[in-house]
Design a protein around this ligand. Structure first.
Ligand code: MN
Length: 246
């Protein structure tokens, strides 16, 4: 059994201190009340600030623990992606897509790139996740639309106040070194808009080059579908092998 820690972690004080809510449309947010949660949420936001990065957020103790991942997640288990821990965000942030005004903290475009639920790899709920976080070895399973399977965040060192972690894909049926998910998937999981469409505030429907764009999305989708089929096929093969062995 992994060690347990019952003391809640996380605070929105730094989040609130950094933002002027009269100027940004980001949610002010409140910390979720303490209590058991059956389904913990995760979200990944693509954020074109001064430097493009992906904000990786995991719900824990009523806030979203957050990491800035400059290159985004990778399905290749041999690839370790730097993940810089940033301030906890409110859970309401999971619904935020849009533009943060220039000159404000994090000014730039934010896309909801993926979302879903997650769970600790070995069970144990929030106690196990909290222990993993504090140990600097957080193993979890993502149930998103773009990100699935087992992943780990490993803490490397602290630089000033900020801890540096690595985000790594576990070797499982979802791992795929040939799938560059960050390059392949560049639309919003919520609205299917591109960064450009979000930045200009246009909807995906009102689009003069909708035909061309629609085709590009369709091509990507069919690639994603093929991958999903291949992954299911691999699982079926594994299951068959397991059955044969018995
Ligand atoms: Mn960010």
């Amino acid at each position: 059994m992994p060690p347990r820690n019952k003391k809640p972690i996380g605070s929105l004080a730094e989040y609130k201190r950094k933002r002027d809510f009269t100027k940004t449309a980001e949610p002010e947010g409140v910390r979720r009340a303490a209590g058991p949660v059956t389904r913990l949420r995760f979200v990944v936001q693509k954020h074109a600030a001064s430097h493009l990065h992906f904000d990786f957020r995991l719900e824990l103790d009523g806030v979203m623990k957050s990491w800035a991942v400059p290159k985004g997640p990778s399905y290749d288990p041999a690839t370790r992606r730097l993940a810089m821990e940033v301030e906890d965000h409110p859970i309401e942030y999971n619904a935020f897509e849009g533009t943060i005004p220039k000159g404000q903290y994090g000014g730039g475009t934010v896309m909801l790139w993926d979302r879903g639920t997650y769970e600790p790899e070995a069970g144990g709920g929030e106690d196990a996740l909290r222990a993993g976080y504090e140990r600097g070895d957080l193993k979890f399973i993502l149930h998103g639309k773009r990100l699935r399977g087992g992943w780990v965040l490993v803490r490397m060192r602290r630089e000033g106040e900020r801890a540096q972690w690595l985000l790594i894909k576990h070797r499982d049926e979802f791992a795929d070194s040939s799938f560059d998910v960050v390059a392949e998937v560049d639309t919003s999981v919520a609205t299917r808009r591109t960064m450009e469409q979000i930045a200009t505030g246009r909807s995906r429907v009102w689009q003069s080059d909708a035909g061309e764009r629609g085709e590009r999305v369709a091509t990507r989708r069919s690639r994603m579908a093929k991958k999903a089929t291949a992954s299911m096929a691999r699982k079926t093969v594994k299951r068959r092998k397991a059955t044969t062995r018995r």
